[in-house]
Design a protein around this ligand. Structure first.
Ligand code: ADP
Length: 310
């Protein structure tokens, strides 16, 4: 039996990536939904996943994103240590709210804490991205970055990796509906085109700039005007039942904007204030109640802290 020398329990939050105008570069962190994990340093070298509750996911270190991310960290750490991981899954896999990212970011964040913090956020993001590569075939950072850093994050560059934490306006709230159908990130990536028309690119980067400016100036109207996606949404929204009706209902109740969360099927809406976020939730619930699809709804403040010890 390996002897645990140190152990911590953490909350690894859900995240919403892309935020309409920032495909693969923008993301934000939630605080009312997330996984719990217990991470221990042990006397026996190697990484082991000893327990998973709440989901049917592989215990094999090489097939679980948490194991892959920790192995990437340990390859860059000179002493031979062991790591044991328990995962208590609350975020459903394939939800589009960063289920895999919570596990990979949570695991490397916790190991870094237990080792006394030898790695920077940028380094932890790079390790966690190895987990994302396993989950979706693509080493994207737009979920792991907000999970690790909290708030809104921008991946300014992938090579070299340069991730920036952005300002969070005080009253910004997010409502998420997760239709319980599985859309694999790998599948929703396959519907994308590899080429973009210049006209559409201009619209998209105008909106991305507008969105970031809106965050810093706390200009909620500007944030709303910028939540537009002319490149990805038209291709991906067809995979999501009732997408247009949900969007219409959210905007009618005062949401600043509404779009696909990550690769879907979850849909997010940003609102100013808790009352509006609640009204938006009620309106989109009514849309989905008329369908045969089961769903979860989450309402959350933007979590500016990210992963934390509990
Ligand atoms: P999400 O956007 O919700 O993270 P993805 O499709 O990107 O969904 O990732 C889910 C995929 O990653 C599933 O195929 C799942 O089996 C795999 N996976 C491996 N380890 C984990 C883990 N610890 N947590 C969640 N998903 C995992």
């Amino acid at each position: 039996m390996p002897i645990h020398t140190k152990s911590i329990k953490i909350f690894a939050p859900a995240t919403v990536a892309n935020l309409s105008c920032g495909f693969d570069v923008l993301g934000c962190c939630l605080d009312t939904v997330g996984d719990e994990m217990v991470i221990s340093i042990s006397s026996t070298p190697g990484t082991r996943i000893t327990k998973i509750e709440g989901a049917n996911l592989p215990l094999d270190t090489k097939k679980n994103v948490a194991g892959v991310a920790v192995e990437a960290l340990l390859e860059n750490y000179d002493s031979e240590i062991g790591v044991e991981i328990e995962i208590y899954k609350k975020i459903k896999a394939g939800s589009g709210i960063g289920s895999s990212a919570a596990s990979s970011a949570g695991a490397v964040w916790a190991v870094n804490q237990l080792l006394g913090g030898p790695f920077t956020h940028q380094e932890l993001i790079a390790f966690a991205m190895k987990g994302e590569k396993l989950a979706s075939g693509n080493a994207h950072a737009d979920n792991v970055a907000p999970a690790l850093m909290g708030g809104f994050t921008l991946v300014r560059s992938y090579t070299p990796l340069d991730v920036i934490k952005l300002h969070t306006p005080q009253d910004l709230m997010i409502t998420v509906i997760h239709p319980l159908i599985e859309v694999k990130t790998s599948d929703s990536r396959s519907v994308l085109k590899q080429k973009v028309m210049l006209k559409k690119a201009i619209q998209q980067w105008g909106n991305l700039g507008g969105f970031i400016s809106g965050l810093y100036t706390e200009d909620y109207d500007l944030i709303g005007r910028s939540l537009e996606d002319v490149i990805i949404e038209p291709l991906r929204s067809i995979l999501i039942p009732e997408y247009d009706n949900v969007k219409q209902a959210a905007i009618a109740q005062g949401a600043l904007g509404c779009g696909i969360s990550g690769s879907g099927p979850s849909i997010y809406a940003l609102s100013k204030g808790a009352d509006t976020a609640e009204k938006v939730a009620n309106a989109i619930r009514e849309v989905y109640k008329k369908t045969a699809v089961s769903f979860d709804i989450h309402i959350s403040k933007i979590n500016t802290q990210g992963i934390k010890i509990i």
